[in-house]
Design a protein around this ligand. Structure first.
Ligand SMILES: *Cc1c(COP(=O)(O)O)cnc(C)c1O
Length: 396
């Protein structure tokens, strides 16, 4: 058992509660360092990190290539305003643009919610204002991104939010077809709803949404903040369905923990933003760009294949347990939801933490497994072996 009983963590957690705004509840651990797939807490206990900072630390902790890229860039140029360009920023933009489609252009941000803010503003420049988003969606916490986020408990305290956003049932193509017309600026989708419990769109939905938006002259906007940059075994998951979107947003895994995000616009949508429409002091910062370029280099050297193979093996291995508390495993690559037959997610998360595993439960009946993309089968197998006991402990 790895408990918070010792002095070092207790002291810091007490001070945390006194000085930090209560946005996240009381944390259960204080982490001091990490190495690869492992985290170490302030009392020296080791954990296997199967959450990776919520799908962020794609290459694991203390990755030598990312560290080298960051420190070498920092020693040359740490920041310059967006009145000027840097080589790494342009290189990163070229790589992201190439991943999104022909004629794409990039606007850099520091987070996923800011990438969505940028995209939201681009949709307004079409001259239309209506957005169709999905029930169960999550797009971030700033006022604009929140207006696109469905979860009523996140929205309610902050009404009124930017308007003209309509929500349709997730995965219901007929409802989408009915909702989209000549006044629709954009349709906004997550290929897999991460915060809603790793819930994938039905097969064929993205391609149909592409057809529906094209016919209506509306933009197709895909939020790949969680699913993109290798997490699901592809640089951009929607591209694996043969779909080219007009707007794509990415962040989480892009900098391996260094804050960086991007709004990518393709084709005509790439020309909507004009000087004065939007900006960012830090967006496209040379250090962030160096981190992201290092991540993309690593992903291209075998990591994506690892994600597909290990992710597939993991889902099958958990289902083969035939445990009565596991209904099924969903998701793609190394973004996996273990769907439970009872609402015991938080109990299992707590039991896992005490057993040395970091996971979370985005919904009461779903465990999220989003480890560093470099994890091997041998490193994941002990978790699969431990899962039955963790499920039973979590049930209490
Ligand atoms: C996490 C997330 C966001 C918000 O990103 P932040 O970096 O936390 O602002 C937006 N969209 C999706 C799909 C996400 O998973």
């Amino acid at each position: 058992m790895r408990e918070t009983g010792t002095h070092e963590q207790k002291d810091i957690l007490g001070r945390y509660d006194a000085v930090m705004m209560n946005a996240f509840g009381s944390p259960k651990r204080v982490f001091s360092h990490g190495e690869g797939i492992h985290l170490v807490d302030a009392d020296g206990n080791r954990y296997v990190d199967l959450l990776a900072g919520i799908a962020v630390n794609s290459l694991g902790h203390n990755h030598p290539a990312v560290n080298a890229a960051i420190t070498s860039q920092l020693s040359r140029l740490g920041h310059v305003s967006n009145f000027f360009a840097t080589q790494g920023q342009v290189q990163l933009a070229e790589r992201l643009a190439a991943a999104a489609g022909e004629g794409a252009r990039v606007f850099f941000t520091n987070s996923g919610t800011e990438a969505n803010e940028a995209a939201f503003k681009v949709t307004r420049l079409t001259g239309r204002t209506r957005i169709v988003a999905m029930e169960g969606s999550f797009h971030g916490r700033t006022m604009g991104a929140l207006a696109l986020t469905h979860t009523p408990k996140y929205r309610a305290p902050f009404e009124p939010l930017p308007g003209h956003v309509e929500f349709v049932p997730f995965g219901d193509l007929e409802a989408l077809e009915r909702a989209v017309d000549g006044a629709t600026a954009a349709v906004l989708l997550e290929p897999i709803q991460g915060e809603n419990g790793i819930l994938p769109l039905p097969q064929g939905y993205l391609a149909a949404a592409r057809r529906i938006t094209r016919d209506a002259g509306a933009l197709l906007w895909v939020d790949e903040v969680q699913t993109g940059i290798g997490r699901c075994g592809e640089l951009l998951l929607h591209r694996a369905d043969g779909v080219t979107a007009d707007l794509v947003t990415v962040a989480k895994g892009l900098g391996n923990g260094f804050p960086v995000g991007a709004c990518i616009a393709v084709g005509d949508a790439a020309n909507l933003l004009q000087p004065g429409n939007h900006g960012s002091t830090f967006g496209g910062n040379p250090v962030a760009a160096a981190a992201a370029n290092a991540v993309l280099d690593e992903l291209a050297s075998g990591v994506l294949e690892n994600v597909r193979q290990v992710g597939h093996w993991f889902a099958a291995a958990v289902e083969e347990l035939h445990h009565p508390l596991v209904d099924h495993v969903r998701g793609r690559g190394l973004l996996r939801g273990i769907v439970l037959t009872e609402d015991i997610g938080q109990g299992v998360v707590d039991a896992a933490l005490d057993g040395g595993w970091v996971i979370n439960a985005p919904r009461p009946h779903v465990l999220r497994i989003a480890p560093p993309l470099i994890i091997t089968r041998d490193e994941l197998r002990p978790f699969v072996d431990a899962l039955p006991a963790l499920l039973e402990a979590g049930r209490g």
